[in-house]
Design a protein around this ligand. Structure first.
Ligand code: ATP
Length: 248
């Protein structure tokens, strides 16, 4: 790992319930300030890879049994998810996970729970999130459980931003959303990347949108990386076109 690399996953193996081998040696790197996509079909191991990084496998009886994971040059497998958040790496889980009974604004504020700065700094960051997500400002008093799927996805990303991260692991942000909303959300991700310098590792089944916004992609099949490359090269690859883009 050098200064240019924010995350490096080296040959990790993940086993669920002591017997189910799901990741069979996955390696990937995310450059500082990059947007990298993990692509692949349902069940390929995308979510497992993200959870391995953020140390969320314990609740699922999963273990990283081989390999190493370095964030900012530090081995992070022994860190709790909270400690990783404090160091700047946070995961937005698939299915959004807003607190349905809290307002949008309360949800966003819970994202700052690991921070020690005073109220003024938190307030400033809340305004920053609202500037990126004007819909959330409009809906700030609404109970999150009654907002749309797109608004909940925005809330989940905004909540992650409230932790002041340098890296966000984003699981399937397009899931269940209309194409126009998917585009809107990816546009905001791109802006957060460019303007705030946040690096992204995103898992997506929507290959075509992911390859338009990411600079690099890894294709997972059966718990292995079967192909990786610059996003524009993957988008033009004949096999990718045929199997993942439904063209060619
Ligand atoms: P999805 O789009 O469904 O999230 P994915 O590519 O993210 O797919 P994973 O969720 O990582 O795939 O699942 C990879 C494999 O691991 C699948 O075969 C799945 O059945 C299995 N798996 C996932 N979670 C568990 C678990 N808690 N216990 C046992 N097997 C699991």
């Amino acid at each position: 790992v050098n200064n240019e690399t924010i995350l490096s996953v080296n040959n990790i193996e993940v086993i669920y319930d002591h017997v189910i081998l799901v990741l069979k040696g996955v390696s990937l790197t995310v450059p500082r300030g990059g947007i990298v996509a993990i692509l692949g079909a349902n069940g390929a191991g995308k979510t497992t890879t993200l959870k391995a990084i953020s140390n969320l496998l314990g609740a699922e009886r999963g273990d990283v049994t081989k390999g190493s994971i370095e964030f900012l040059g530090e081995e992070v497998q022994a860190l709790s998810p909270n400690n990783l958040v404090r160091r700047g790496c946070i995961q937005v889980m698939e299915g959004r996970h807003c607190f349905g009974h809290l307002s949008i604004e309360e949800n966003l504020l819970t994202g700052a729970y690991t921070r020690k700065e005073g109220a003024a700094v938190i307030k400033r960051d809340l305004e920053m999130v609202y500037d990126y997500f004007p819909r959330l400002r409009e809906r700030r008093k609404s109970q999150a459980g009654y907002t749309s799927g797109g608004e909940q996805q925005m809330c989940a990303i905004g909540r992650a931003m409230m932790a002041n991260p340098s890296m966000i692991l984003l699981d399937e942000p397009s899931m269940g959303l209309a194409p126009q909303l998917v585009e809107e959300i990816f546009e905001i991700v791109k802006k957060l990347n460019v303007n705030e310098g946040v690096s992204f590792l995103l898992a997506e089944q929507n290959t075509s949108v992911a390859l338009r916004y990411a600079s690099y992609g890894y294709i997972l099949e059966g718990g292995r990386v079967v192909m990786d490359g610059a996003a524009k090269d993957l988008a033009e690859n004949q096999d990718v076109k045929e199997f993942y883009l439904g063209v060619g």
